[in-house]
Design a protein around this ligand. Structure first.
Ligand code: C2O
Length: 282
C-alpha cells in the first residue's frame, strides 16, 4: 500500500481515502488516465486536447484561461533549478487539464504525454498543419531524432536510480521562493527536460514555450517520471517544511477562478485526480 508511505505528511492519503464516500472512491478509482500520445488509446484525448486549444485561443485576453495568458503564467512565474521545479509544473498541468476538461466538454479528459524515451522523434500529430497541435516555429523537423544520451532508457533509468530527492528533483530554496531560476538543476530537469526544450527549439526554447502544444505533453512526461520515482519506485520526497508548505497563487481553475495550492497537495494529485497508463496503482 504505497499511499501510506507518501513522503510528505506520511500516511495522509490513507485516512483521507478511508473517509471518502463510495461515490468519491469510485471517482478516485476511475480518475482520468494520462496516456502516451502515440498509443491508440490516446485518440479520444488528442481530439479533446485540440478542441480545448481552439477554445482557449478564442477566449478574450481578459480570461485567464486564454491560450496566451496560460503561457504568460510560465513566462512570468515558472520555477526552475530548485526543488520547486516538479511541484510547480505539476500544479500548472493539473489546472491546465481542468481547463481543458471544462472547455472541451470532456470531463474525463486526461492530458496525453510524449514519451521521448520510447519515441525519440516528435509525434506525427504535432505536424498536421490542420490540427490545433501544429505550431510554428520549431527548430526540429519531423525526422529529427532526440539524442539517446539525453532521453534514452539508459540515461533515464540511471537518473531514476538516484534516491536523493534533492539530487533527483533539485536543491532546496526558501519558503515561498518566487525566483524563476534557483540555485541548481535536479537531474531530470537538467538532462532530458532541458535537452528536449532545445531539441524541439523555436518557441520551445523560450519562456513562452507553453504556446507550443508539445510543451504540455513534454512536461507531462516529466511528471510521469516523478510519479515513477516517487510512487512506483516508492522514493520519498523531501519533508522539509519550506518545500511542503510553499504556496503557488498564479493558477486558475477550469472556470477561470484564481486558486492557491500548496506543494503538499501536488504530491497527492496523481492519487486523487489523474493517473498514468504506466502507474501501478495501490
Ligand atoms: Cu518551466 Cu520545461 O519549463
Amino acid at each position: 500500500m504505497k499511499l501510506a508511505t507518501l513522503a510528505t505528511g506520511a500516511g495522509l492519503a490513507g485516512p483521507l481515502l478511508a473517509a471518502c464516500t463510495k461515490e468519491q472512491q469510485e471517482k478516485i478509482n476511475n480518475r482520468p488516465v494520462r496516456r502516451e500520445i502515440t498509443t491508440a488509446a490516446a485518440a479520444k484525448d488528442i481530439a479533446s486536447y485540440q478542441t480545448a486549444i481552439t477554445k482557449m485561443k478564442a477566449l478574450p485576453q481578459s480570461d485567464p484561461r486564454n491560450w496566451t495568458r496560460q503561457a504568460q503564467i510560465h513566462d512570468q512565474r515558472c520555477r526552475h533549478a530548485s526543488w520547486l521545479f516538479f511541484p510547480w509544473h505539476r500544479a500548472y498541468l493539473f489546472y491546465f487539464e481542468k481547463i481543458c476538461q471544462e472547455l472541451s466538454g470532456d470531463p474525463t479528459f486526461a492530458l496525453p504525454y510524449w514519451n521521448w524515451t520510447l519515441n525519440a522523434q516528435i509525434p506525427s500529430v504535432f505536424w498536421d498543419t490542420n490540427s490545433a497541435l501544429f505550431h510554428s516555429p520549431r527548430g526540429a523537423s519531423a525526422s529529427s531524432t532526440a539524442s539517446p544520451a539525453f532521453v534514452g532508457a539508459g540515461t533515464v533509468n540511471g537518473i531514476l536510480d538516484e534516491t536523493n530527492f534533492l539530487l533527483f528533483g533539485g536543491p532546496a530554496t526558501v519558503l515561498n521562493d518566487t525566483a524563476q531560476q534557483g540555485p541548481g538543476y535536479g537531474l531530470i530537469e537538467q538532462t532530458p527536460h532541458n535537452y528536449v526544450h532545445g531539441f524541439v527549439g523555436g518557441t520551445m526554447g523560450t519562456f513562452m514555450s507553453p504556446l507550443d502544444p508539445i510543451f504540455w505533453t513534454h512536461h507531462n512526461r516529466v511528471d510521469e517520471l516523478w510519479v515513477q520515482w516517487n510512487i512506483v519506485r516508492d522514493n520519498p520526497n523531501t519533508s522539509d517544511g519550506n518545500w511542503v508548505n510553499t504556496e503557488f497563487t498564479e493558477f486558475c481553475d477550469g472556470q477561470g477562478t484564481p486558486v492557491t495550492i500548496k506543494v503538499v497537495s501536488t504530491v497527492l494529485m496523481p492519487f486523487f485526480s489523474y493517473q498514468f497508463d504506466t502507474q501501478v496503482t495501490p
